[in-house]
Design a protein around this ligand. Structure first.
Ligand code: TUI
Length: 314
């Protein structure tokens, strides 16, 4: 059994979070992960507050266990989503792609545990000062919006800088990754890409097939020029986009080209126009299975690797 401060803080069986993947992580997926003993997270993404409230209600109809909501801070609806999270007294809020400072007071008052995603030591220290309960340190191996540092470099530096429990994200897809993250000082992990192949994850079948076929070098980061780099699978769309970033196309036009691409991948499985966000671990995925099985398998593997690690010490 693996037990850390994360189990205690949240009252969960496995210290494993499911990443808050925009357009993907709905009430059903989050509830399945929580029901399986981890922490499921509903992604608000760019959706309006009503959608988020609906997904919270769906999750509550499936599980009594705690789950979280992820606020994508670049969303035009971030303010109203933040309000819904406080009103609904969601157990945990995670944030991504920015600084959640202005919402912290309302969440604290509502008893919502605040666990921000950080991609740097400075951000980690700031989040401690404003009352975070734990931190998710996310390396650039992850899918979606990415920072600069790798998980291997970021996690120990964040762990050294703060006393809060740290959850490692980015590059973790199995028990080896989880055990390695623990060696870096983490007390939990967050996985997104691995949960894309959960039976309860309702992305288009083409998306799942693309993941199953992915190879090590099949992800690419686009969007650096616009200041929000995003990792996804290489497709005709992302290759074309990457080239356009080096032309004299205007920022407005470039921005427009990206609109709707994630939805096209998730809902339509559109191989041409879709943006299939995924982390560098995509090639490690080999099967579809229930969310609960993923949690059990990863944690049991991690436990064995952590025990076996002693074999190198003579
Ligand atoms: O947020 C994510 N992953 C995401 S968000 C997303 S939706 C999107 N769509 C189009 C463009 C941009 C986003 C898809 N995937 N992960 C968490 C994360 N947060 N990674 C890095 C950061 C981060 C970056 C900067 C956190 C804080 C931060 O601080 C900025 C500041 O204000 O200092």
């Amino acid at each position: 059994m693996i037990r850390t401060r994360i189990n205690e803080l949240l009252g969960i069986e496995y210290p494993v979070f499911q990443g808050g993947m925009a357009w993907i992580a709905d009430g059903k997926l989050a509830a399945s992960v929580s029901e399986g003993g981890g922490l499921g997270i509903i992604a608000a993404g760019n959706a309006p507050a009503d959608y988020v409230r609906e997904q919270i209600r769906i999750a509550r109809s499936i599980t009594d266990k705690p789950f979280g909501v992820n606020v994508m801070l670049m969303s035009p609806f971030a303010d109203e989503v933040a309000k819904v999270i406080a009103e609904e007294k969601v157990a945990v809020v995670t944030t991504g792609a920015g600084n959640p400072l202005k919402y912290m007071k309302a969440w604290k008052a509502a008893g919502v545990k605040m666990i921000p995603v950080v991609a740097s030591v400075a951000m980690a220290k700031l989040m401690v000062r404003v009352g975070a309960e734990a931190l998710i340190a996310e390396g650039t191996e992850s899918g979606g919006h990415v920072g600069e540092l790798t998980t291997m470099a970021l996690v120990p530096q964040v762990c050294d800088a703060v006393d809060l429990p740290v959850i490692a994200a980015g590059g973790v897809a199995d028990g080896r990754g989880m055990a390695a993250a623990f060696m870096l000082g983490a007390e939990g992990v967050q996985m997104g890409t691995r949960f894309l192949l959960a039976d309860e994850c309702s992305i288009h079948e083409n998306y799942k097939q693309r993941l199953l076929k992915a190879k090590d070098l099949d992800t690419i980061v686009t969007g650096r020029r616009l200041g929000h780099p995003v990792r996804g699978l290489k497709t005709p769309f992302t290759r074309e986009y990457a080239k356009l970033e080096y032309t004299d196309i205007s920022d407005e036009e470039l921005e427009k080209k990206g609109e709707g691409a994630l939805r096209a991948a998730v809902q339509d499985g559109d191989a041409e126009k879709g943006s299939f966000l995924a982390g560098q671990v995509a090639a490690m995925l080999s099967k579809e299975q229930p969310a609960a099985e993923i949690l059990k398998e990863v944690c049991e593997e991690a436990e064995n690797y952590l025990k076996e690690g002693a074999k190198w010490v003579k």
